[in-house]
Ligand binder design. Structure first.
Ligand code: ADP
Ligand code: MG
Length: 693
């Protein structure tokens, strides 16, 4: 494999554009892509024709607009290139078909922003994300809007949020004498996932229908030996990862790092970061390819945030920064951050906005799946806080206290082995427990769930930071002594928002009460986290930055709650089906067998001991009865929930349905440990977690 040569071979990237487009057209297209100039639609025909020709040379017969509706997934509808000519066909893609599509919008979530009988929706080309050929189809990344102009997808607000930050960051940079064509946010999403054998997976209804196990007693061996993290990769996993890399690279996805994660059967892939819009598209494609390649290897790739209880779940660390088209990173502290006023101002903007809008930032990562992670042992708590590390922590402290900053300098490290090289120590250690940690020249937002579309979190981040920039720029405009005025803002904002800074252990028991004293939000469930999105202040920031209209902001929160409610409802129904049709009958059969064994023993001789069996019979029969009673209770609760009242139904799911589901699970898991494996209807955690060699 010649990697540099095959990298991006399926992508209509810069190089292909240069080779296949007339130079005038190429220049106009690149101007749109690189500096955000409005697209000159007169070039669409030429671009479409070059794109089609290239795609056909790659074996494509179809094209599709590829978009990200509010389902959280991607959507596509394939049209062939054929156009009749006499009794033959020719292959054609017109400029119009490249630029707009018209899928029926009525079957996608719109959060009531549109009556369902109003069906018209449009997809429109996003030239900033390159088209690609996959399995015989040309994929054209697009946005998705309704006839009346409401956005119905995740890409349009993401692009709007990038426009907002571009505009406001450039204002701040200009004050400091820095000009540039464009400021973009950058993202590197680290993707965690599980792999299990497909045969075993197929036998678990819960995994297939809900993505997670609703039952399962722990295996005798979990992650306690800490031997899986960075452990030697098993041969089947090596083959899988190798194939995955090859596929990802062919789509121009910069897959860089791969390793085993903490839990058994858990792994991670981290790409090199890129512009947010492309990073989002690439991550959506990555998740799809991970599943597809798994199937080829007779594996199932689980992207759910918590496929297994009792061991770590999966997240997606969203490494986030901002940089100019010339590559200047706005979050780079440089050698002497204390003297770098621009950096301090940018840092203050991030800290201020994360504190002011902690509610919507938390809501942006809320989902039924992620609720199992946030606050559990492996993930940061549901409380948003910012970790700065020793160096910046000391700097911010000094600013807040109004004292001189004593620089924390990086030392040279040595381990006392003369042969091993002296390594330059980083200025600060890592903190793995912070939800929002500064890591050198970027922030790592660690609360995202593994199956999330990372657009959600980045829309919020971009918007709130753009808003802080815009306030600062307004204030600084025309100030004579810019340094002084900027430093005053920095000091004021850091003082006002120091409560959000937390440099200690976010998993420790002291943090929750401490966060409460500081007045920080701690919304543990999606049902409780999302309603903050209906607060005026949280709607206004989106409206002010031109990211959502009021109606869009409300519709999106509605959809998120609706999605949560439906997800829990599916889980509850799946649980009931498994209990009633498989688990209760199996346990009953096993109990019956034990009973007939006891009877047989007694028939031979009264003295044959059978108190062991009797005890198991009593316990299992009791548990089985209790499970039936709880299932009836769960059914009753579900019947009483009005699904279309989003606030009410999501509350009921979080606080009535889930607790009963947890009770059922506890009892079923106990029964599993007492029931003969011949009778247990499903593969166990041992079968699932140790199924791949
Ligand atoms: P670590 O997690 O050990 O800090 P790295 O610093 O190499 O690892 O980066 C982790 C992730 O952060 C990678 O996906 C990387 O591409 C991404 N990243 C690095 N720099 C930036 C940046 N400026 N903007 C966004 N993501 C970045
Ligand atoms: Mg990380």
């Amino acid at each position: 494999m010649n990697l540099p040569q095959m990298f991006g071979e399926n992508v209509f990237n810069d190089q292909v554009q240069k080779e296949t487009l007339p130079s005038e057209v190429y220049k106009l297209l690149r101007a749109t892509i690189e500096s955000g100039k409005p697209l000159d639609v007169s070039i669409a025909g030429t671009v479409a024709s070059a794109m089609k020709k290239w795609a056909v040379s790659k074996g494509a017969t179809h094209y599709t607009h590829w978009f990200q509706p509010l389902t959280g997934l991607t959507a596509e509808k394939h049209d062939s290139f054929i156009e009749p000519e006499g009794d033959k066909v020719i292959m054609r893609l017109t400029g119009k078909s490249l630029i707009v599509g018209e899928p029926d919008a009525s079957s996608f979530p719109s959060g009531g922003s549109r009556a369902t009988y109003m069906a018209r929706g449009y997809t429109a080309w996003d030239p900033t994300s390159p088209a690609f050929v996959k399995e015989g189809t040309l994929y054209i990344p697009t946005i998705f809007v309704s006839y009346t102009g409401e956005t119905l997808d995740k890409k349009s607000p993401l692009l709007r949020s990038m426009t907002a930050i571009d505009k406001q960051a450039k204002r701040v940079l200009a004050l400091f004498g820095k000009t540039c064509k464009k400021v973009s946010t950058t993202v590197g999403p680290e993707q965690e996932y599980f792999l299990v054998d497909e045969d075993v997976y197929e036998k678990r209804k819960d995994l297939r229908l809900t993505g997670r196990t609703l039952f399962g007693a722990p295996a005798s061996r979990g992650q306690e030996l800490e031997d899986h993290y960075f452990g030697v990769l098993k041969p089947r996993i090596v083959e899988y990862m190798h194939d995955l890399d090859k596929e990802l690279w062919s789509y121009g996805i910069l897959s860089k790092t791969k390793h085993n994660e903490v839990a058994p059967a858990q792994h991670e892939m981290a790409p090199v970061f890129g512009t947010t819009n492309i990073a989002v598209d690439n991550n959506m494609l990555t998740m799809e390819i991970m599943k597809k390649v798994a199937h080829k290897h007779h594996l199932a790739c689980l992207l759910h945030e918590k496929p297994f209880e009792g061991i770590n779940g999966s997240g997606k660390h969203n490494n986030w920064s901002m940089s100019t088209d010339a590559g200047f990173n706005l979050l780079d502290p440089g050698e002497e951050p204390e003297k770098n006023t621009l950096f301090k101002l940018v840092l203050a903007a991030v800290i201020k906005s994360v504190d002011d809008y902690q509610g919507i930032l938390r809501a942006s990562v809320a989902s039924a799946g992620n609720d199992h992670r946030l606050g559990a042992n492996e993930a940061p708590p549901a409380i948003i806080s910012v970790y700065l590390g020793d160096q910046l922590g000391a700097l911010v402290d000094a600013i807040v206290k109004g004292v001189d900053y004593i620089p924390v300098k990086a030392e040279k490290g040595s381990i006392g082995v003369p042969e091993s090289p002296i390594f330059p120590k980083d200025a600060t250690d890592r903190n793995r427990t912070s939800p929002f940690a500064f890591t050198g020249n970027k922030f790592e937002f660690r609360m995202l769930g593994s199956q999330a579309n990372v657009a959600d979190a980045n829309i919020v981040l971009n918007t709130i930071v753009a808003d802080a920039f815009s306030q600062f720029a307004d204030e600084l405009d025309g100030k004579e002594d810019l340094e002084k005025a900027a430093n005053a803002i920095v000091a004021r904002e850091l003082k006002a928002h120091r409560r959000i800074i937390f440099n200690e252990d976010g998993y420790g028991p002291e943090w929750e009460p401490e966060a409460e004293r500081r007045g920080l939000l701690n919304n543990k469930t999606t049902a409780d986290a999302v309603p903050v999105c209906f607060e005026e202040k949280n709607i206004d920031v989106f409206v002010r930055q031109g990211v959502y209209t009021r109606e869009e902001a409300i519709a999106r929160a509605d959809i998120q709650l609706e999605n949560y409610t439906k997800t829990i409802n599916i889980e509850a129904l799946t649980m009931l089906e498994m209990v009633k049709r498989d688990i209760v009958p199996s346990v009953s059969d096993f109990v019956a067998e034990l009973c007939s064994n006891v009877a047989a023993k007694k028939a031979v001789c009264e003295e044959i001991p059978c108190s062991g069996e009797k005890e198991v019979i009593m316990q299992l029969a009791t548990l089985n009865d209790e499970v039936v009673a709880l299932s009836n209770k769960l059914e009753g609760i579900l019947k009483g929930i009005k699904m279309d009242e989003v606030l009410e139904s999501s509350q009921a799911m979080a606080h009535k349905v889930i607790p009963v589901m947890e009770e059922i699970r506890k009892k079923v898991d106990k029964m599993e440990t007492m029931t003969s494996s011949d009778y247990w209807p499903y593969p166990t955690y041992f079968d699932l977690l140790y199924s791949v060699n």
